[in-house]
Design a protein around this ligand. Structure first.
Ligand code: ATP
Ligand code: MG
Length: 335
């Protein structure tokens, strides 16, 4: 396949509604790339979500619709992007099994993203094998549809590196079959949590959601950490490590005013409530149109499921083609 062809693949784990971290880390790029690429795919990664939610199938099932709604509300267009459900493409599971032979246990355990997430989830040695191997299944997600351009947040970069190792090994052993893949990170590769934690995450309870009401946004911003030493309005305040200013840096486009506000805050005389109110207004301007579209789309969940069904049928065609080629390369094409 020519390297010039841009085939984009992205997805979300249906483990909860999507938040501002997804928006700036990945969704904005998805929306842009559906116009700038030759083909684009969006996957609801339900099989991947089950790797650390095996005992909670209801949660995964319920959130399939939620993540699809979030993406549609942000402007993902099913006419431009093939939207599908991972578990409905059995060829992804077949490819995963074959790729697993190219990856060692030591390499899986070394992946920094997986290591971090294992720590965060408290798995220790009792990590489910499927979870440890999710980067391999992610290689199958990316390669079954021949995609080569992956918009992701910073947390996913080690996974992309592992995908390319699989591509290299596969091509070396079985003959040139897959393209190496490139990642694209958004302007904000990692949005911190409302608690100041290193990453806003669905499973971390530190997010502002694309479906949050103005009341919820207000509550979350008002409880954000600023500078603990900034007790009285006239006290000089810290801007570094101040969650409200970190968010203003990302979401407020008026750079000049932000620079002035920072100066004022450092000098003293600027209250937390002023900067928090400013942030609430800016976030409401971003989220309000998404929330409104989402509410509209949510009235007809069957339409959303139809989009996913049509997209799945479409993706299945290329999945079957790729699998035939892979079977031939591995000499497991008997009949
Ligand atoms: P979970 O906690 O269940 O893993 P998550 O919030 O990490 O959920 P994912 O569905 O794993 O969300 O991630 C979907 C995409 O969004 C990935 O490309 C990921 O890199 C990106 N992303 C998630 N959180 C952030 C964030 N805080 N900043 C930037 N990008 C993010
Ligand atoms: Mg994640």
């Amino acid at each position: 396949m020519s390297k010039e062809v841009k085939i984009v693949m992205t997805g979300d784990r249906p483990t909860g509604r999507l938040h501002l971290g997804h928006f700036v880390g990945s969704i904005q790029n998805r929306i842009k790339l559906q116009d700038e690429s030759d083909k684009s795919y969006y996957m609801v990664a339900d099989i991947q979500a089950l790797t650390d939610n095996a005992s909670n199938p209801d949660k995964v099932r319920d959130n399939v619709l939620e993540v699809a709604l979030d993406n549609l509300a942000c402007g993902l267009d099913p006419k431009k992007t093939t939207m599908f459900i991972q578990s409905e493409i059995p060829e992804i599971a077949e490819l995963t099994i074959l790729f697993l032979n190219l990856v060692t246990l030591a390499r899986l355990k070394r992946n920094p993203t997986v290591k971090d997430e294992m720590k965060q989830k408290g798995f220790g040695e009792n990590v489910p094998a499927g979870f440890l191997a999710y980067p391999v299944s992610q290689a199958a997600d990316i390669l079954f549809c021949r995609s080569n351009l992956i918009p992701v947040g910073e947390d996913q970069l080690p996974v992309i590196e592992q995908v390319n190792e699989i591509v290299d090994d596969f091509n070396r052993i079985y003959g040139e079959t897959f393209d190496r893949v490139k990642h694209i990170v958004g302007n904000t590769p990692r949005l911190i949590g409302t608690d100041g934690g290193i990453k806003m995450g669905k499973s971390l309870n530190n997010g502002i959601y694309l479906s949050d009401s103005l009341e919820e946004i207000t509550k979350k911003v008002m409880s954000m950490y600023t500078d603990p030493k900034h007790i009285h309005v006239e006290d000089p305040g810290e801007v570094e490590g101040n969650v409200v200013f970190s968010y203003l840096d990302i979401f407020d486009t008026n750079r000049v005013e932000i620079a002035e506000l920072k100066k004022h805050y450092k000098k003293g005389g600027l209250g937390d409530v002023v900067i928090k109110k400013r942030l609430i207004n800016i976030l409401e301007d971003i989220i309000n149109p998404i929330r409104t579209r989402r509410e509209e789309l949510a009235k007809n969940p069957e339409n959303v499921m139809k989009i996913l069904k049509d997209g799945t049928n479409n993706a299945r065609i290329i999945a079957i083609e790729t699998m035939a080629e892979v079977r031939e390369a591995l000499k497991i094409n008997y009949f």
